[in-house]
Design a protein around this ligand. Structure first.
Ligand SMILES: Nc1ncnc2c1ncn2[C@@H]1O[C@H](COP(=O)(O)OP(=O)(O)O)[C@@H](O)[C@H]1O
Ligand SMILES: [Mg+2]
Length: 212
């Protein structure tokens, strides 16, 4: 009998919403309950393309805006064979940011349409669930100072938040908005409930193609 596939679960949200904290906790909880799970993150800074992106984010290099958008997308595509392999083996993938961040960040720059930004990511493995960790800019600010990396300013993050709102109007994607202002444990409980439901339903469904 073929093994049941894992679910592709994505956490999205603006900086400091708690994505990384929650991805780690979710993977741990799933593993402890005997459900195979692994974490992935985008950008994946370990690949050759990821290193170009990392230098750009750390402001060690400058890249033209279209170019950097395509590099972020290429960084997702280069991991697609691995994503598909893991899911087929029955491992659930918990992903810290995906194409939605890519589109929200570039389209927050002047002169970029949402459609242009989405195009390179059309056809990527479609997440079975995208949880958007919703946190107001004021509450995000209380979680500490922004870092030194590119994009880490409150004005830019506000525009990014608006772009996410646009993307969430698309009902072809299984969005769940999570109140990220609650305690780490309460947010974790919400996220775990949605994830377990999704893992159950996804195992009988074919993996979809994003925005196609
Ligand atoms: N629910 C929460 N309540 C309060 N602080 C939180 C919560 N979740 C995360 N944090 C803290 O906020 C900061 C940003 O969390 P992080 O998981 O790195 O966010 P992101 O990956 O979305 O940028 C960290 O210092 C983290 O400990
Ligand atoms: Mg993070």
């Amino acid at each position: 009998m073929a093994c049941k596939r894992g679910a592709l679960i994505v956490l999205e949200g603006v900086d400091k919403a708690g994505k990384t904290t929650q991805c780690k906790k979710l993977v741990q909880a799933l593993q402890q309950s005997g459900s195979p799970a692994e974490m992935m993150r985008f950008p994946d800074r370990t690949t050759t393309i990821g290193q170009l992106i990392s230098a750009y984010l750390e402001k060690k290099s400058d890249l033209e805006d279209h170019t950097v958008h395509l590099l972020f997308s290429a960084n997702r595509w280069e991991l697609v064979p691995l994503i598909k392999k893991k899911l087929e083996q029955g491992t659930t993938l918990v992903v810290d940011r995906y194409a939605f961040s890519g589109v929200a960040f570039t389209s927050a720059k002047p002169g970029f349409s949402l459609d242009w930004c989405k195009n390179p990511d059309v056809g990527l493995p479609k997440p079975d669930l995208v949880m958007f960790l919703k946190l107001s800019p004021a509450e995000a600010a209380q979680r500490g100072q922004f870092g030194e990396e590119r994009y880490e300013t409150s004005a830019f993050q506000k525009t990014v938040q608006q772009k996410f709102e646009h993307l969430m109007n698309d009902s072809s994607v299984n969005w769940q908005v999570i109140d990220a202002s609650k305690s780490v444990d309460d947010v974790h409980e919400d996220i775990t409930t949605h994830s377990l439901n999704t893992i159950n339903t996804a195992q009988n469904l074919q993996l979809g193609e994003l925005w196609k």
